[in-house]
Design a protein around this ligand. Sequence first.
Ligand SMILES: Nc1ncnc2c1ncn2[C@@H]1O[C@H](COP(=O)(O)OP(=O)(O)OP(=O)(O)O)[C@@H](O)[C@H]1O
Length: 578
Amino acid sequence: MLRADRRTILRYVLPFAVAIVGILVGYVLSITLSGYFVYLGISVVVATIAILGLGIVTGSAGMISLCQLTFAAVGAWVVSGLNVMDAPGGFVVWLVLGGIAAGIVGIIIGLPALRLRGVNLAVVTLGFAAAADVTLVQIQFPGAADGNSVLRPNAFSTDPQFFFFSVIVLAVCAVAIYFLQNGRWGAGWKSVAFSERGTASAGASVSVSKLTAFAVSATLGGISGGLIAGQVGLAFASSFQPLQSLALYVLSIMTGAHLIDMAILGGILWIAVPEILKRFGIQQDWGFVIFGALGVQALASGSTLGGAIRNAWWKRQARVQAAGRADTLDEPAPQAPASVEPGAPLLVVQNLGVAFGSVKALDGVDIVVRENSITGLIGPNGAGKSTFVDAISGFLPQHTGTVTLAGRPLNGLNPTKRARIGLRRTFQQDRVPPSLTIEAYVRFVARRKLTATQIDDALEFFGCPPARTRLLNVDVGTRRLVEVAANVLAAPRIVLLDEPAAGLSLDEHIALGERLRQVPARFGIAVVLIEHDLELVRTVCQEITVLDFGQVIASGPQADVLADPAVMKAYMGETEML
Ligand SMILES: Nc1ncnc2c1ncn2[C@@H]1O[C@H](COP(=O)(O)OP(=O)(O)OP(=O)(O)O)[C@@H](O)[C@H]1O
């Protein structure tokens, strides 16, 4: 395993090193390329910035945006307007202001994304692009009518110099995006793309994740538009048409433009395809047909070029690492610390009821979970266990009855707020975003400062793979363990585990049981374990509550509950089986 401190250094130093190399390459190209290719080079860089931004909404956050060039038009408009006004600060300041203005428009356009998905969101964004296009044609860009050309920065006034300037802007944007992608925001974007419920239960706001994705994406769009204004001098609506935004979208989903190298490839294709057509004497509009065909292929295959290449590489790496390491889950659990006595009532549920139409999934359920305790919640299929977890964690606000955590009423709080005040849950279905590394996922879910060593220790305790492992390369059972470890590292008051052992082998069940038993003493957290596997519940839980047809039929110390004839009858159907 890579040492934790080396891992941290690599994460911070590498992106700057790559950016500096990129800038040097840009400088060399700026002094070696001939005039026409310099102009094309500027266009490639500008398109790369726009596609990189688009990749955040489409590739990272899994939404659709068909108006990236309209955000670019906002940036170009602001730069042109400030140029006409001869505003202080010069081109660089105007460029930044253009990006900020586009970012604000991005948030406004992102608002419908809080309610809309898929085709509906596509229609909204395309409608915005079409409306903006009509308006721009009518009113034109500031300075366009009287030929008031945008002034480039003094040191970058020639085309080769402006190309070099654009490369520097791209490098700055790329480093910023790298850190955003690998920070909380990026984890939020990837999480929301995979599961909104999983995102909320990690204490993150789904709305904030979506809006930040739109804002950052539009900001980059605005910066690219500002650069276009500097490149051409006089901006016109024809550079920002909705059809071009559509083609840009196609390139972003085809290449996987949230990845910086793939955004560069997208930028090259954006310029190269029409250029090649021109060389062969074919009308450049045919480029849209080619982009359309590539888009259909990308949507049909469901994967991006960048994603496919990286997945293949990571799978290979995972195989090499797996060969060199014994499976930690099979190792005996760490030495148990002294067990702690359960404390005061922590989670108090009174008269909880949930109805789906005429089906009463929960009816008058009372449960008390004490601090530092492990309570098992069992019952046959359809008894209401998952409904209970959903109601307690805030996903079923229509429930009746009251729920308090450490005396604080939870009624009316959404899942994000409940997670933030110390009530965490895991899911029966896989809600762990495969596009993250284990470490990034753990940091996202934990929502608190953790050293690499703390993460490594907790992962080792739960028998998870090393922190750098991609979740994509981890089987579903192990992903559940990572989910448990991450939620425990969040240091909540209580964690509700919905069938955490599903997908694990028998040996792994036993190992997990041993580890869960130690959670209250080791981490100071109360646990509610929802399980079908009675052996696991027997091993782990002091107290057990049994649900049947949405009602509590028994509750109390393990031995008493499991000996209860009503439980035997309801849970297993026949008494001999318990
Ligand atoms: N969204 C829903 N709409 C309608 N009925 C539902 C819904 N969710 C659950 N139910 C019903 O509520 C009851 C309780 O379901 P729930 O999934 O909570 O049971 P469970 O004990 O978790 O079952 P399992 O062990 O199979 O996961 C079942 O009758 C189920 O069909």
